[in-house]
Design a protein around this ligand. Structure first.
Ligand code: GDP
Length: 480
C-alpha cells in the first residue's frame, strides 16, 4: 500500500526529472528510486508535457479509482448493462493478462498509453502468478482491479467473443453512429497477434471515436501495440507533444510504471551488489529458445560466439602459453539470462581456461536457470522480473530475436541491443549472427493493416517517417 505521503520531497534527480511522482513513501517501494542508480542517466530527455500529463492522470485515477464512489457507480452501471451517456466523468480500460511477463509488461505500457490518450483509468487484472511483483504506480490509489468485477471472464476473452468490438460491428450490434446511450455497457478489445495482424483496423479515427463512447473497455493483448496508436490520426498531435523523441516511448513509460516490490527488488539488489556493482563494464546476453522455432544448442552457441567476435563484445582470447598475467585491473562482467545453463557453462569455461589477449578479466554470471517457462508460477515470475532488471543494468546487450523479455530489458536500459537473428523457417542456422537494433523501442510483431476506410493494405513503414520494420521481425514495426 502506498497511501502515506513522504515527509520530505525527493530531489528531481531521484524522480528522474519529474517522471516519477513525489507523492510516495520511499520505503514502501525502494526500487522506484534506487533502480535508476544502477544505470547511466537516461539518454532521452523527458518532455515537460508528458510530465504534466502523468500528474493529471494520477489525479484522475485517484478520483475515479477503486474505493471511490465514482468507481462504485460505474460498476453498478456496468452491472445494470447500461452504457454511460456521452462524456461520463470516469471511463475505464481493464487490462487482462496474456502470455509471459515480457508480453504483459509491453501490453500494460501500451494500454496505459492508450488510457492517457483516450481519457480512461487503467485497471489491471492481476492473476495470482503476477501478485506482488510490481508496486502501485499511481499514488494514493490502486491500479489493481478489485475482486468481484462483473465482466471479463478470462475464458471468454478471445477473438470470437460476441462483445468484441470487431464482432459487434460485424454483427450489427453497434454502428459507427450509434449514440452512446444505446451502446452495450462495455466493449471488449481483442488486440492479440492473431494471424500476426492486429484485428481489423481498430486504430482508425472512426473506430476510436466509437470506442471512446464506451464507459468500460476490457482489453486483452499480447503485443506492444503503442506504435499502432501513433498511426491513428486523431492521436498523432498529442503523441508528438508527449514524445518528441518517439524512440523513447517504452523507455519512459516503462520506467514510470514498473517498479519491482521490495521482495523482488531484494533479489535484484543482492545479485547486483554481489556480482555487478564493482565491475568496469557489464555485458548482458539473453538467450531465448522458442518452442515454435527451436534452435539446437550447438547452433545457438555458435551464433552467440560469432556475434561476440564480430561485434567485439568481449575481449579476444589469447593462448594460455603466452599469458603474461599483466592487465590493467579492468573487469568485464557477462550476465547471462536464459532458461538453460549450457551457454553460461561454455562461455565461463572459455574465459576460465584461456587468458584474454589484453589481460582483461572476464567474469561470467547467470542468476538462474529455470529449465522451462512457467507462466503460472509466482516465484518463477519473480526471478524473471529480477533478471529483466539485471539485464537492464548492462552497458551492452545482445538478445534473442522476437523476445519481449529482451525488449523490456533494453527498453528500460535505453540501450540499442544486438539482436541474435532467428534462422529462416526452413533453416537451422542464421547466416548473419546478429545485427544492431536501430532503436530502443520494442517491436510490434503484428502491425495493423492500415487501410482504414480505404480498405487496402498499406506498408506504414513507407508512409510514416517514424516507424520502420524491425530487424528481427521483418513485417513487424517499431518506432525510432
Ligand atoms: P518472450 O516469450 O521471450 O517474448 O518473453 P515473455 O517474458 O513474454 O515469456 C517468457 C517467459 O519465460 C518469461 O516471462 C519467464 O517466465 C520465462 N523466461 C524466459 N527466459 C527467461 C530467463 O532468461 N530467465 C528467467 N528467469 N525466466 C525466463
Amino acid at each position: 500500500k502506498n497511501v502515506s505521503a513522504p515527509a520530505t520531497v525527493p530531489s528531481q534527480d531521484k524522480l528522474l526529472g519529474g517522471l516519477l511522482s513525489a507523492a510516495f513513501e520511499e520505503s514502501t517501494c525502494q526500487s522506484r528510486y534506487k533502480s535508476s542508480l544502477y544505470r547511466k542517466p537516461s539518454p532521452f530527455p523527458l518532455s515537460p508535457y508528458l510530465v504534466k500529463k502523468l500528474r493529471k492522470y494520477e489525479a484522475y485515477h485517484k478520483k475515479c479509482g477503486p474505493g471511490t464512489q465514482r468507481y462504485r457507480n460505474a460498476v453498478e452501471q456496468l452491472q445494470a448493462g447500461r452504457n454511460a451517456d456521452d462524456g461520463p466523468e470516469c471511463k475505464y480500460v481493464v487490462w487482462f493478462p496474456c502470455n509471459g511477463l515480457g508480453n504483459r509488461m509491453l501490453t500494460i505500457a501500451s494500454t496505459f498509453l492508450y488510457a492517457l490518450l483516450s481519457g480512461r483509468v487503467m485497471l489491471v487484472n492481476v492473476p495470482r502468478e503476477q501478485e506482488g511483483l510490481f508496486c502501485e504506480p499511481f499514488p494514493a490509489t490502486s491500479w489493481v482491479l478489485p475482486g468481484g468485477f462483473p465482466e471479463g471472464n478470462p475464458m471468454k476473452l478471445n477473438v470470437g467473443a460476441p462483445e468484441s468490438y470487431v464482432n459487434m460491428l460485424r454483427n450489427g450490434v453497434i454502428r459507427h453512429d450509434t449514440p452512446a446511450a444505446s451502446l452495450p455497457a462495455h466493449v471488449y478489445l481483442h488486440v492479440e497477434q492473431t494471424r500476426l495482424r492486429l484485428s481489423d483496423n481498430i486504430f482508425c479515427d472512426d473506430d476510436q471515436k466509437l470506442l471512446g463512447k464506451f464507459g468500460w473497455m476490457i482489453l486483452k493483448s499480447d503485443s506492444y501495440f503503442a506504435p499502432a496508436l501513433f498511426l491513428t490520426p486523431m492521436y498523432e498531435r498529442e503523441l508528438a507533444r508527449m514524445f518528441p523523441e518517439k524512440e523513447a516511448v517504452f523507455h519512459h513509460l516503462g520506467r514510470y510504471l514498473f517498479h519491482p516490490t521490495n521482495k523482488v527488488w531484494g533479489i535484484v539488489r543482492r545479485y547486483y551488489e554481489a556480482y555487478l556493482a564493482r565491475v568496469d563494464e557489464k555485458i548482458g546476453f539473453q538467450i531465448r529458445i522458442f518452442p515454435e522455432k527451436p534452435v539446437k544448442f550447438e547452433n545457438m552457441y555458435d551464433q552467440l560466439t560469432r556475434c561476440i567476435r564480430k561485434q567485439r563484445l568481449l575481449p579476444e582470447l589469447g593462448s594460455p602459453a603466452n599469458a603474461t598475467g599483466e592487465h590493467d585491473g579492468k573487469v568485464k562482467a557477462v550476465l547471462i539470462a536464459s532458461l538453460y545453463s549450457g551457454y553460461y557453462d561454455k562461455i565461463r569455461g572459455l574465459y576460465y581456461e584461456n587468458p584474454t589477449k589484453t589481460g582483461e578479466v572476464v567474469a561470467v554470471y547467470q542468476p538462474s536457470h529455470e529449465e522451462k517457462q512457467e507462466y503460472a508460477s509466482n516465484e518463477h515470475n519473480q526471478k524473471a522480473l529480477a533478471e529483466i532488471y539485471l539485464l537492464s543494468y548492462c552497458d551492452k546487450i545482445a538478445m534473442s530475436a522476437w523476445s519481449t523479455f529482451g525488449y523490456v530489458a533494453y527498453g528500460f536500459a535505453g540501450v540499442k541491443p544486438w539482436i541474435l537473428l532467428r534462422p529462416d523457417w526452413d533453416k537451422e542456422v542464421s547466416q548473419v549472427a546478429c545485427v544492431r537494433s536501430t532503436s530502443v523501442e520494442p517491436c510490434l510483431h503484428s502491425p495493423p493493416i492500415l487501410g482504414c476506410r480505404a480498405k487496402k493494405e498499406v506498408d506504414v513503414a513507407r508512409v510514416k517517417p517514424y516507424v520502420r520494420h524491425c530487424e528481427d521481425v521483418g513485417f513487424g514495426l517499431k518506432l525510432f
